[in-house]
Ligand binder design. Structure first.
Ligand code: ZN
Length: 251
């Protein structure tokens, strides 16, 4: 690290849990952020400010006026721009050290396989089950840890699915792909503005912990938040032996 970096990251370096060693792990890491909306905004902003060396932002959508109530990475002036491009601008303004790649496309099965294989950690900031399952399959196959978040109306959830661990569940262990879950999206259902900030910030914190290998992650817990009462519930999670995605992976 040069003098500017030592200053920029000094409040991290001062932490016993981080130090020079942890900060260097962040600088060497590649975070794949899928979805540059409500969750992706705080996720990408904190990963960039914290000095994650390489960030790939994937989003096929454009910034819309209705996004600005909660997608804090975007601005009024950038309405109409691709979200990944607008996000890249925001991250560059916070930390020009970070190499940001903006991919303005849908996260297809093929794209995901290549992108996930090169990532240190993957952050699922999307809003539909089909993409969530595709991301999970790619992460299980490549054994790359996945930090998953979801937020709708006044309810949020966040968990880590760490395919490097033999005992940790994957996303499909908890939400089997053949089961029907109510598909609800912010675009039709509404979402409390700071809820995506709360959940996305937890995702960013978990990703930084995963990269540095510090603390205890949410790899065996699903956190549920009811923002009406601001009550968090932690559910212990377990691998499912008959999981269609990770069931054949050795324990
Ligand atoms: Zn599984």
């Amino acid at each position: 690290m040069n003098d500017q970096q030592l200053l920029r990251y000094s409040r991290h370096i001062l932490l016993d849990e981080v130090g020079i060693e942890g900060q260097e792990k962040l600088l060497a890491a590649h975070a794949l952020v899928i979805g540059a909306g409500g969750l992706g905004s705080p996720v990408a902003l904190y990963l960039a400010s914290a000095g994650v060396g390489r960030i790939t932002l994937v989003d096929h959508d454009h910034v819309d006026l209705t996004n600005l109530q909660r997608q804090v990475m975007h601005t009024t002036a950038r309405v109409g721009q691709p979200k990944a491009v607008s996000g890249k601008t925001a991250l560059g303004e916070i930390n020009p050290d970070v190499k940001v790649v903006a991919l303005c496309e849908r996260a297809s099965e093929e794209t995901l396989a290549a992108l996930v294989a090169s990532a240190t950690v993957v952050l699922d900031c999307t809003d539909n089950f089909a993409t969530r399952h595709a991301i999970n399959r790619a992460c299980v196959n490549a054994r790359v840890p996945l930090v998953s978040g979801a937020a709708i109306r006044m309810d949020g959830q966040v968990a880590v699915f760490d395919a490097r661990s033999g005992s940790a569940p994957c996303y499909a262990c908890l939400f089997p792909p053949d089961q029907q879950f109510e598909e609800v999206q912010c675009s039709t259902m509404g979402v409390f503005a700071p809820l995506v900030g709360i959940i996305g910030t937890v995702q960013a914190a978990e990703a930084l912990k995963v990269i540095m290998g510090i603390g205890e992650t949410l790899a065996h817990r699903l956190l549920l938040l009811d923002a009406r009462s601001m009550e968090w519930t932690a559910i212990r999670t377990q691998r499912s032996s008959d999981c269609a995605v990770c069931g054949t992976r050795p324990a």
